[in-house]
Design a protein around this ligand. Structure first.
Ligand SMILES: [Zn+2]
Ligand SMILES: [Zn+2]
Length: 185
């Protein structure tokens, strides 16, 4: 496979108790569906002003998260469960009953080598600001481009702070609503 299409991507929680692989075989969408959400629940849940979410099929994930002792879920609203590590508290993903085959993973849980690229051997330099190094291919640009699924809860976008995101914009959820008309800035 070309460097533009990894066979798999790895990630996990902060303490390492939960680790996962997302497999991208011939039949898997690349890039996968990406969305962002600015609802107040995603803000509280991630501690960030918006979540960036990767939508993949449960069958692409291994191992089964239920096999981890610290895997826990919180039902934040009827039909929506938010998965986390009960040891370190990392938010990992959410599940929605309208999308029973899918898992919606927070992009920030993906390992650095896949987001930004591996540090290239022999490129580490000490500078007055700290260590500087060069990296190989990372996929963060593809894995954060919400032009596939869109930006949810645009009604909560904060002018000048979180209203710069590309892709279709929905006042609330995209499942049964049309996107907002494009406006020229
Ligand atoms: Zn953990
Ligand atoms: Zn949300």
């Amino acid at each position: 496979m070309s460097s533009e299409h990894p066979e798999k991507i790895t990630g996990g929680c902060l303490c390492g108790a939960i680790r996962y692989e997302i497999l991208f075989d011939e039949g898997s969408a690349w890039p996968p569906m990406i969305g962002t959400c600015q609802c107040s629940m995603c803000r509280k849940w991630t501690g960030c002003l918006f979540s960036t979410d990767l939508v993949v099929e449960k069958t692409q994930i291994s191992p089964d998260w239920d096999t981890f002792e610290s895997f826990a879920q919180y039902e934040s609203s009827p039909g929506t469960k938010r998965a986390f590590c009960s040891k370190c508290g990392s938010s990992l993903a959410w599940f929605n009953h309208d999308m029973p085959k899918d898992v919606i993973i927070f992009v920030g849980t993906i390992d650095e080598q896949f987001l930004m690229g591996k540090v290239l051997e022999g490129t580490v330099k000490e500078t007055e600001h700290g260590k500087h190094f060069e990296r190989g291919t990372g996929y963060a640009k593809k894995l954060t481009d919400a032009s596939t699924a869109g930006n949810l809860y645009w009604q909560n976008a904060i002018p000048g702070v979180t209203d710069h995101l590309a892709g279709p914009k929905f006042l609330q959820h995209f499942i049964d609503k049309a996107p907002l008309p494009e406006t020229t800035p």
